[in-house]
Ligand binder design. Structure first.
Ligand SMILES: [Fe+2]
Length: 156
């Protein structure tokens, strides 16, 4: 069946599922980055505290963009922390002090995962001729790639 945006809704089902998985990961990541932002300690506190704020702001924007994309293609976004925790593969951390190395390790690992997930959703969207989602994911991919380069540069 064709949607109001001219795409095949049957073909969009796996895209919506992929986007909902992505949304759940962003929901958990948003809180997790706050944890790191609050609990980071050490000589680079100010730099890392500020950078982590930038990261959770970006994550919040992505969360909203992904949820609205799901609605745009005719599906319903998951919208509760309970659902996010059930589905997300991002692992939360306890509230405790984090040193610089641990912060860098956690964000590098999670952004690497989100990058791989972005590529996965992009491929699913290509299969459904859903260029809007392809475009959204392409933007996220170049963003994560750039952030990962900066994290490597900061860490060397
Ligand atoms: Fe803050």
């Amino acid at each position: 069946m064709s949607t109001t945006i001219g795409l095949d809704s049957k073909k969009l089902e796996p895209v919506a599922a992929g986007l909902n998985q992505y949304l759940a990961d962003l929901g958990v990541l948003y809180i997790k980055i706050h944890n790191l932002h609050w609990n980071v300690e050490g000589p680079q506190f100010f730099q890392l505290h500020e950078k982590l704020e930038e990261f959770y702001d970006q994550t919040a924007e992505q969360l909203d963009d992904v949820a609205e994309r799901i609605l745009t293609i005719g599906f319903r976004p998951a919208a509760s922390l309970k659902e996010y925790l059930n589905v997300a593969k991002i692992k939360e951390l306890d509230s405790k002090p984090f040193g610089r190395d641990e912060v860098l390790k956690e964000v590098t690992q999670d952004f690497t995962y989100m990058l791989a997930e972005s590529r996965k959703v992009l491929s699913q969207a290509e299969e459904a001729d859903d260029q809007g989602t392809v475009d959204l994911m392409a933007g996220f991919i170049s963003g994560y790639e750039k952030t990962l380069w900066m994290l490597r540069a900061f860490n060397s």
